[in-house]
Ligand binder design. Structure first.
Ligand code: URA
Length: 438
């Protein structure tokens, strides 16, 4: 069959038409084969962003990006295999806790994660804060670690959905990230590339997320579930609040230390709660428990007994990392300077804006503005106050962990403005806004 002219595909989408599955396949094949240059693909992505894709087109795009690479079967892994994916947030260290925790409960977690982009953090950057941890390993070693340890967290390889890597890189620089069908195809093409028994999604909602309101988070969650299930994948998920940062830390080593606290049975209440809620769905999808109560009890026991922390140490060691960090988080990189962010008035913290603090953290060096930038593992923010807490005038709202006092000084204003202080406490919102069960 003759290849369609890329200009016709762009024009059809620009004018609001729906592309046939074969046309979407040709678009991705042409792009990956070098016949369709970046500028034409970018034009098509913008047309798709503005006009949307219907469900048939979203399925076709997911399948075409999935077929651009290989599928990992993980045949030597005997346990049921479940993964979790978050749509991205600020202070979200749940994956670091969940993979070893769920593995300690008898379910294998082969987790393919991403890096931080824009104001959001990334699991790979947090793991790389551990001296020696390698996130780029080949598929054979990945499978061996999952079989032996029960969990492994790595970066997307060249073989898994390579079209998504290239399309995502274009979306990132052309203002076309926040599109529900494009996000669905991006996430699912990666996740369907590993043969899983279940996939749990954490769709974030609020200022620190791509989906700012509940209606769009619900629309994203519903489409993810429908397209995932349509491809034969068992999918469940949560919509969770991302208006305030999760936990008390933002920044790579700081978040890894906090994740270790949770794995050792402590840590901030919101992180623990999110980890338990997602863990329950993972154990249920894996068929280990039918009832949430029983799943939650097993997960809580694994945190209290040290089994989850021990699993994390084994995973770190298998990836070449210094597993002594689990017993001694001071082995993680630490910033030279700590600068307080004092409150200008006393009152109650009504809200903490995750988006603004995410940007401050990036400006301190914890994140990247371009995909190829290095990050500083040591820098970031430690929140001294969370929503609902009282603050006195001049008391620190947060601490900036930074390379130099000068680099922190310019961030004091933006960091302070992220905290809304008032006389009355704002109504607390639940962490879990909605659940999408199997
Ligand atoms: N995460 C992804 O993997 N892809 C997107 O498009 C957005 C978030």
């Amino acid at each position: 069959m003759a290849r369609p002219n890329p200009v016709q595909l762009i024009v059809k989408k620009r004018d609001g038409g729906a592309l046939a599955p074969g046309q979407i396949r040709a678009l991705i094949e042409g792009f990956m084969g070098g016949d369709i240059p970046d500028y034409q693909m970018s034009a098509w992505l913008m047309a798709a962003f503005l006009r949307g894709l219907d469900e048939g087109e979203t399925v076709a795009l997911t399948e075409a990006m999935l077929r651009s690479g290989k599928t990992l079967r993980l045949a030597s892994v005997q346990a049921p295999k479940v993964d979790k994916h978050s749509t991205g947030g600020v202070g979200d260290k749940a994956s670091l806790c969940l993979a070893p925790l769920v593995a300690a409960c008898g379910v294998a977690v082969p987790m393919i994660s991403g890096r931080g982009l824009g104001h959001t953090g990334g699991t790979l950057d947090k793991l790389e804060a551990i001296p020696g941890y390698q996130v780029r390993i080949d598929a054979r070693r990945f499978e061996r670690i999952v079989a032996e340890v029960g969990c492994s967290i790595i970066g997307q390889t060249q073989q898994l959905a390579p079209a998504d890597r290239r399309v995502y890189a274009l979306r990132d620089v052309t203002g076309t990230v926040e599109s529900i069908p494009l996000i669905v195809a991006s996430i699912l093409s990666k996740k369907l590339a590993t043969r899983l028994d279940g996939l749990v999604l954490d769709v974030k909602c609020g200022s620190g997320a791509f989906m700012k309101d509940l209606a769009s988070a619900r629309a994203l969650a519903r489409l993810l579930v429908r397209v995932g299930r349509g491809a034969g994948q068992r999918v469940a998920g949560l919509i969770t609040d991302m208006r305030a940062p999760l936990g008390c830390t933002i920044g790579n080593a700081l978040e890894t230390a906090e994740a270790i606290e949770v794995l050792r049975g402590g840590g901030p209440q919101d992180v623990r709660e999110l980890v338990l809620e997602l863990g329950v769905l993972m154990l249920k999808l894996a068929g280990v428990h039918k009832r949430a109560g029983a799943a939650r009890s097993q997960l809580s026991r694994a945190l209290r007994s040290g089994a989850a922390a021990e699993r994390f140490a084994r995973m770190v060691a298998a990836h070449g990392g210094d597993c002594r960090v689990v017993d001694d988080v001071t082995r993680l990189p630490r910033a030279r300077q700590r600068v307080p962010v004092p409150a200008l008035r006393s009152g109650l913290v009504r809200s903490v804006d995750a988006f603004e603090l995410g940007l401050v953290s990036v400006a301190l060096g914890a994140g990247r503005v371009r995909a190829d930038q290095p990050v500083d593992p040591a820098v970031g923010i430690v929140l001294a106050k969370k929503p609902g807490e009282h603050v006195a005038r001049a008391e620190p709202l947060a601490w900036l962990h930074c390379r130099s006092v000068a680099s922190a000084r310019v961030q004091l204003g933006p960091a302070r403005r992220a905290f809304e202080i008032g006389r009355r406490r704002s109504k607390p919102e639940p962490l879990v806004l909605d659940t999408i069960e199997e």
